[in-house]
Design a binder for this molecule. Structure first.
Ligand SMILES: Cc1cc2nc3c(=O)[nH]c(=O)nc-3n(C[C@H](O)[C@H](O)[C@H](O)COP(=O)(O)O)c2cc1C
Length: 366
């Protein structure tokens, strides 16, 4: 099922960008988890559009209406269903281009896959609006994981070549992980904000867009979670990361740069930490060896391509008439999707790791 993920904790997404609502059903969430709603809403707000010029001006409050599975702020253990009403649709922006494929978007492939029956308005089910209910689901998981001492955070590592610092790879505190998410602009080094905002604004003014890299870190994940071959932590996370629209690359630890090193440089030497725990002196393995968590921080980086919908004129095809044409995308779009994707990356990480943790601990749904 393409819009559902998870073995024990199952998250299912539904809706279209310009339909009445979007939402999520989360099945298998443990009963008795107290949810801090203010914290959950604040987390979702980090993803919501219309905050400043780095995001689409589409105004959506993204308020989830919880229909089931929670009572008095505590999870019941039964399926949690939440809907988020779509408030600010402007389908007129899309009427002109319904058969002209936006280069870089899913208009043509979606048309072929669903034989022209899918709702194309605003990207339909392919729209990044669907990351709102995903962030709701992930927000619940983040709170559950935090109650067990597992912290997940992310920051904008780079935007069109403008770099932020990196998370420390070995000694990483929950405060360091959570700090970028507490800022208006999610970076570690505040000087990166100005440089990144400048390249995004320049692209926006040019009717263009830019891409970026989001770095995710997890601390407190116990060693021994995951399985080799096809149920690896890397594999399960990657499947979910590629479910975030516009993700085109994923790497863990030293990632692609490990291929440039010698074994003696890339291997992470083991040691015993001050608290008696087994650790590594470096963390090129990004907290995962043989597909199994090592107890070191999990570090992942997600490459986001530039937003496909841009004002600049481009060559395309009309896929109904099957003829060449030109397109210049009107409407409201994010000039750099990576900015709003930071909490989405955190949410997705939480959904996957909580599912893997529950699976390993034999926590069957009640
Ligand atoms: C948070 C977020 C916001 C996005 N906003 C836009 C947008 O405003 N306009 C657009 O064309 N694409 C946007 N995208 C990307 C598209 O949804 C995505 O490129 C498209 O669905 C095709 O999927 P693919 O790039 O994964 O192949 C956004 C992605 C994310 C994660």
């Amino acid at each position: 099922m393409s819009s559902q993920i998870g073995n024990i904790l199952k998250v299912s997404l539904f809706g279209e960008s310009h339909g009445p609502a979007i939402g999520a059903v989360i099945d298998g969430f443990p009963p008795g988890t107290e949810i801090d709603m203010q914290k959950l809403l604040a987390f979702m707000k980090r993803r919501a559009p219309g905050r400043d010029k780095t995001s689409t001006p589409r105004k959506e409050s993204d308020l989830p209406e919880i229909l089931s599975g929670m009572s008095g702020g505590v999870t019941c253990g039964t399926p949690i269903a939440a809907v988020i009403k779509n408030a600010d649709q402007r389908s007129g922006d899309y009427a002109k281009m319904s058969a002209a494929a936006r280069p870089g978007h899913a208009d043509y492939t979606g048309f072929v896959r669903y034989r022209g029956k899918n709702d194309v308005r605003g990207g339909g089910h392919f729209s990044a609006r669907l990351t709102a209910p995903l962030t709701f689901a992930g927000g619940l998981c983040l709170q559950y994981l935090q109650s067990r001492g597992i912290f997940i955070g992310a920051h904008l590592k780079s935007v069109h070549g403008e770099e932020d610092s990196s998370f420390p790879e070995t000694d990483l505190t929950p405060q360091q992980i959570l700090a970028p998410g507490e800022k208006d602009f999610p970076v570690i080094d505040d000087s990166a904000e100005e440089r990144m905002r400048a390249v995004i604004e320049k692209a926006r003014r040019d009717g263009d867009s830019v891409g970026g890299i989001v770095e995710v870190a997890v601390t407190g994940m116990p060693a021994g979670i995951g399985s080799p071959i096809f149920d690896t932590v890397e594999g399960r996370l990657s499947l979910a990361y590629f479910g975030i629209p516009a993700v085109k690359g994923v790497e863990f630890g030293a990632g692609f740069s490990a291929s440039q090193l010698r074994g003696s440089e890339n291997n992470d030497a083991y040691c015993i930490g001050a608290d008696g725990s087994i650790r590594t002196k470096t963390n090129h393995h990004g907290g995962i060896l043989g597909g199994i968590s090592s107890g070191m921080p999990i570090i992942a980086r997600l490459a986001f391509k530039p937003t496909p919908s841009i004002g600049k004129e481009q060559d395309t095809i009309d896929f109904i008439r099957r003829e060449e044409t030109k397109i210049s995308v009107a409407g409201r779009h994010d000039p750099c999707v990576a900015v709003r994707a930071v909490p989405v990356a955190e949410a997705v990480t939480a959904v996957v790791l909580m599912d893997m943790l529950m699976e390993q601990e034999g926590m069957l749904p009640d």
